[in-house]
Design a protein around this ligand. Sequence first.
Ligand SMILES: Cc1cc2nc3c(=O)[nH]c(=O)nc-3n(C[C@H](O)[C@H](O)[C@H](O)COP(=O)(O)O)c2cc1C
Length: 262
Amino acid sequence: MELREAIGRRRSIRFMLPYKPVEPEKIQRMLEAARIASHWGNVQSLRAVVVFKDSASPEVIQAITAPVAGFQIRLAPVVIVWYVETAAVDEQSDRLRELLKAGALGFGDDKEAALERQLIPFFTGIKERLKEPGLNEMDCGQGIAQATLMAFEQGLGTCLLGGGNTEKMRQNLGLPESARILIIQTVGYPAESPEAGGQRPRQPFESLFHMNGYGKPFPRSADVVEELHADGMLQQPAPAPWREAELEYLRQALAIKGNGLI
Ligand SMILES: Cc1cc2nc3c(=O)[nH]c(=O)nc-3n(C[C@H](O)[C@H](O)[C@H](O)COP(=O)(O)O)c2cc1C
């Protein structure tokens, strides 16, 4: 599948087939995709604990059980706990040296000395600030996005689940204090139809993006929109006429209690 079609067809999948295990190779491909995502200074602070429900200990499964969207965690055969390892920032100088050696950074005979003289002291001076939420989270998001597309490409569904007491989860999972849990991601084979009711609502393009200054909407070409529809990236907006019937079917088939919101 072309990238643009994958971007368009991917949906947050909240209803998984609980009985169908996910092959570890498929999860590995997700992690491989996350690993090669860009990261500021090549710091690579994105980490994960992957929990396979069929082989993890009851304690670990208990640790990832969140009060929010509990049914999603119950249904998903795999849950990925994505976290940022802030201690990775401590090794940033080495990551910069590697980048230089790889030919990604700087040029000229003096570049190695200049790195030690200029860039490394600059970053070392603001190291603690760089561990705070900000750049690291953004880069982790890029990695998770790549993993999400990889999951989709392999026929898997995923949903990111925020909220919950991540500090408690960190302790229960035995992660170091330098770890900050970002998000958990359910992974499984979708019980929903691939459309999952259609493309979810988004704010108007022009209200989101500007050109050459704030307040000047980026002009949206109708030709490009048409092209992206033809490529499958822009799709029928949700809800499909049969969505409510599908949701009721899923609710019954998967024995979901309550309203499914929390
Ligand atoms: C950082 C993040 C956190 C999210 N947290 C939750 C959540 O706690 N529960 C949930 O059901 N969906 C969660 N979602 C999924 C969004 O609600 C979803 O992206 C949105 O409904 C749009 O649907 P789509 O991804 O299919 O386009 C989260 C998404 C992101 C990116």
